[in-house]
Write a protein that binds this ligand. Structure first.
Ligand SMILES: N[C@@H](CCC(=O)N[C@@H](CS)C(=O)NCC(=O)O)C(=O)O
Length: 254
């Protein structure tokens, strides 16, 4: 059984998969793609993942794409250290939360990420190069074009932050209803893994907008104390480690 993970250190979707692989203590070969250089758009990679995004898992030659699908797949083929409740009703609840997470915080977090971290890179490009790069992205062409080289306008940034805030409030309510400390109760599930990188990212960007939500605060402390957290967020996994201007933001929010 061999696992090869095509991913990127700072990619939130990749971090979900690394967390599951690490918890299950599955050895894996990591292929690191440089997303700003466009490695994910190379024809050979597109044959594996026609969406032109990371992560992609190669399991003995079988290709599995999409981070939530990969984490569910891993939990099926490697059931030790399970992240999936046995009770079908709870399992359905977990999956519903994973859909919510992909639609709300995981999508919204891209707006502050691109505006605050990546925009300076895109501003250095000529208009022609920028448009060509955007056009080459199977999944994110429109997203890139609506950001443009001046960034998402304030209204769009505010809307993304409001969506994130509603996601943290939903987390607070879910933890309260389940009794915590995790989203579905006493056991960590794939829903916790799915939302984790969005909180880590917003903390890294200096906008941890959940300080008044006690259960989310404790959840965040707990996930950071999890034994798989450090190996998942190895050196170079945070944007603030790559972009010095983000360290200043982070210092201000501390
Ligand atoms: N639904 C996909 C989304 C994957 C995705 O958006 N990956 C980002 C990094 S987190 C990416 O590869 N972006 C490259 C790009 O925008 O060109 C998943 O969960 O795997």
């Amino acid at each position: 059984m061999t696992y090869k993970l095509y991913n990127a250190p700072q990619s939130t979707c990749s971090q979900r998969v690394r967390f599951v692989l690490n918890t299950k203590q599955l050895p894996y070969e990591e292929v690191r793609l440089n997303l700003l250089a466009g490695d994910q758009l190379n024809p050979d990679y597109l044959k594996l993942n026609p969406n032109g995004v990371v992560p992609t898992l190669d399991h003995d030659g079988q290709i599995v794409i999409d981070s939530t699908v990969i984490t569910e797949y891993l939990d099926e083929v490697e059931p030790e250290e399970s992240f999936t409740p046995e009770d079908p009703v709870k399992r359905a609840h977990m999956r519903a939360l994973m859909h919510f997470i992909d639609e709300m915080p995981a999508a919204a977090v891209r707006v502050p990420t691109f505006n605050l971290a990546f925009l300076p890179n895109f501003q250095k490009m000529s208009r022609e190069d920028f448009v060509a790069m955007a056009e080459s992205k199977p999944l994110r062409k429109e997203f890139m074009m609506s950001m443009g080289q001046t960034g998402f306008p304030k209204a769009e940034m505010d809307a993304a932050l409001a969506r994130l805030r509603r996601a943290w409030e939903r987390m607070e309510a879910e933890i309260e209803a389940s009794g915590g400390p995790w989203l579905l109760g006493k056991d960590i599930t794939l829903a916790d893994v799915a939302v984790m990188p969005a909180l880590v990212r917003m903390d890294d960007l200096g906008m941890p907008d959940w300080q008044d939500l006690p259960r989310v605060k404790t959840w965040f402390d707990n996930i950071r104390a999890h034994p798989s957290f450090k190996p998942t967020f190895y050196e170079g996994s945070l944007l603030s480690e790559k972009f010095p201007h983000l360290r200043e933001r982070q210092a201000k929010s501390a």
